[in-house]
Design a binder for this molecule. Structure first.
Ligand code: F6R
Length: 262
């Protein structure tokens, strides 16, 4: 795992966008796994800027979202299909036919989960997966005690996640109770993972995920099993880590480590 501590959220967004642009230059049709929520918004905006400046070619990317709420009506502004269309597909100039979000309004949600796994497999799997982290350590919507081997499925949201996400809804009660999310096993299948976190509210979850034991009580800790994870943090999100001097030393030595399993 590479842990990179950056001065502020803008630096996190910029570093992430440059990494994605670099991977897209090497493989213009790569499969990018996309997260929603606040954490990657700066990254998507920076990527759109790089594209406008002719420094990133993204139009052939294929994208799969991590998750979607169950039961929100078509066009609801908090629906991840809507957020992805507005924040990712349009600004990055992607072909909407290449952008996939789980179908949270499917009549048969279980079938929709299986179909999503199959679509991921048919696309050849995710090359680079973007992740945020919940204050309770979730990735995707894999809440604490999710199976570390889980696949895409319907999941009940925790009270903490519903409180955290109430800012996107008219009231706490308007937050859906269920979602479809890629599983932890699905996420681990990605070739490369880029997790980003900003702000003090993420500090405990980040420390537990990176330096704590692997436990389903902190689902993001399962990333310790993945050989190619980069974690981009601002100073606030990194504030509860204990090995910060080491992470800064390794980040400075980075050119020596390119291509290594971390
Ligand atoms: C969203 C997702 C979630 C968020 C997490 C952090 O697609 O999968 O895991 O990344 O809840 O949310 P923000 O970034 O809003 O703090």
């Amino acid at each position: 795992m590479d842990v990179v501590i950056l001065p502020d959220p803008a630096a996190v967004g910029s570093r992430a966008a440059h990494l994605i642009a670099q991977r897209a230059a090497a493989d213009p049709e790569m499969v990018l796994g996309i997260a929603t929520g606040s954490s990657p918004l700066g990254t998507y905006r920076e990527l759109a800027l790089l594209r406008a400046q002719g420094k990133a070619t993204l139009d052939r990317l294929r994208c799969f979202a991590l998750d979607e709420y169950v039961g929100l009506p078509d066009g609801h502004p908090a629906r991840y299909a809507v957020v992805v269309a507005d924040e990712v597909t349009a600004p990055l100039g992607l072909d909407p036919a290449n952008v996939h979000v789980p179908d949270g309004s499917a009549a048969d949600v279980h079938r929709a989960c299986l179909d999503y796994e199959q679509a991921l497999t048919a696309a050849g799997g995710v090359d680079l997966q973007i992740l945020g982290i919940g204050t309770n350590g979730h990735i995707g919507f894999n809440e604490p005690i999710s199976s570390l081997a889980s696949r895409t499925r319907i999941k009940a949201l925790s009270a903490q996640t519903r409180r955290d996400n109430a800012r996107f809804f008219s009231s706490d009660d308007a937050v859906p109770t269920h979602c479809i999310t890629q599983g932890l096993g699905t996420i681990l299948d990605a070739q490369e993972i880029l997790l980003m976190a900003q702000g003090p509210s993420k500090a405990d979850a980040v420390a537990a995920a990176i330096e704590g034991p692997v436990t389903s009580m902190c689902p993001a800790s399962v990333l310790q099993f993945h050989p190619r994870v980069t974690v981009l943090l601002d100073e606030d999100a990194a504030s509860r880590l204990t090995l910060t001097d080491y992470y800064r030393f390794v980040a400075d030595a980075e050119p020596l480590l390119v291509g290594e399993n971390r």
